[in-house]
Design a protein. Structure first.
Length: 384
């Protein structure tokens, strides 16, 4: 008789961010202004179909409600490959970028391996590393340095047991951006040491200063994207990986066959429409985000004695902090009671901060910011 030994369980730390954001569906009083979300202005199905014209609905109605390929439908992979001007075979479709992260960490989990991750960063990163028994090495984006991604610090963390280096640009939650030259420098460093470089680009191409090119142009980079952030279509639950390494693609495809098998046929069909009309979708996100950034310029100028920030050069979120070092969660709780949702900084390991989304509310953003300003003028922060 063959006996197979398996771990009893894989313990994941509590997901503080999603637990907090879940309150938007049941808060009393209800959330009027969601300034804690990390995506941009939402789209309805009607609006998305209108981009493609009246024939789009007929095409959607003819969709076969069956399994799609584990690699992703050919139409979607062709659309994504065309967006990057790369070969179709380099595209692996996933159930959001969340599944892409599972694939990455799952295959990095070898005895003695380590991964190099940003701090602060998306909570999934460190939770998966810990859950799979990987040594986590963190490089820190410091507000005193404008949340700059320090390549020297990253280089100092890499050794012969490093499975991959992950950079997130534009970065969640700070909006920091790696320049093209910095990305190329990091790519060459990792390639020269046989270390996988992973560029999480879910906010690309939303920039508010000098734009950056996708790392998909670089031969040894693995790129993650999805339809939740820059595309503002989180309800599709579709993401993708760009991977030129054939052996990694084989392993990712095999694992995905076990994890989720495929996306929904309707979701992939709508994702194709989104890619084909990405200029309109990205354009709307940039217009809304940049208009709201101008409002934030005035807001932080007025309340600089209470709140500080670094103006984000990319993405749709900022990571302000309490000037006196007080608890951002307490402030977020008080604002929640006033109908405004923020995301506490302790969800990212930095308690005096909070995440502020400046695109999700669209036309309602100014109302949420006015509510926030009114609370500050009344001394809500000092009240605790």
């Amino acid at each position: 008789m063959e006996i197979i030994s398996v771990p009893l369980s894989m313990e994941l730390s509590p997901f503080l961010l999603d637990t907090w954001l879940e309150q938007k569906f049941s808060a009393n009083p209800p959330v009027e202004f969601d300034l804690g979300a990390s995506t941009g202005p939402g789209w309805t199905l009607r609006e998305l179909l209108a981009l493609a014209g009246p024939e789009a609905l007929e095409g959607l109605l003819d969709t076969r409600l069956f399994y799609t390929s584990a690699a992703g439908s050919k139409d979607l992979r062709e659309a994504l490959a065309g967006m990057y001007d790369i070969e179709l075979e380099y595209i692996q479709v996933c159930t959001g970028s969340a599944e892409a992260l599972w694939l990455l960490f799952f295959h990095a989990a070898e005895p003695g391996a380590n991964v190099v991750l940003p701090n602060p960063g998306f909570p999934t990163n460190t939770a998966l590393a810990d859950g799979f028994g990987l040594e986590t090495r963190l490089y820190t984006l410091r507000r005193e340095e404008g949340f700059r991604i320090d390549l020297g610090q990253i280089r100092g963390l890499v050794d012969s047991r490093t499975a991959f280096v992950l950079v997130n640009t534009p970065h969640n939650p700070t909006g920091a951006v790696l320049s093209d030259a910095e990305m190329e420098e990091l790519h060459d460093f990792c390639a020269g040491r046989g270390v996988q470089l992973v560029s999480d680009e879910v906010y690309h191409p939303i920039y508010h200063g000098t734009p950056a090119r996708s790392a998909a142009r670089l031969p040894h980079a693995t790129v993650l994207g999805d339809f939740s952030k820059a595309f503002c279509l989180s309800g599709l639950r579709v993401g993708w990986m760009v991977e030129r390494d054939a052996e990694r693609r084989r392993r990712y495809l095999n694992a995905r066959s076990y994890f989720t098998a495929s996306n929904t046929a309707l979701g992939e069909r709508l994702a194709v429409l989104a890619v084909r009309h990405r200029d309109a979708i990205y354009g709307r996100a940039v217009r809304v985000a940049q208009a709201n950034l101008r409002l934030l310029d005035g807001f932080f100028a007025e309340f600089g004695d209470v709140l500080r920030w670094v103006r984000p050069p990319g993405g749709m979120i900022a990571f302000p902090w309490m000037h006196d070092g007080s608890d951002g969660r307490e402030f977020s709780k008080r604002m929640m009671a006033s109908g405004v949702m923020l995301a506490p900084g302790d969800c990212f390991g930095m308690p005096e901060h909070f995440r502020l989304g400046f695109a999700a509310s669209g036309e309602k953003f100014s109302g949420g910011l006015a509510r926030l300003a009114g609370a500050l003028r009344k001394g809500l922060v000092q009240a605790g």
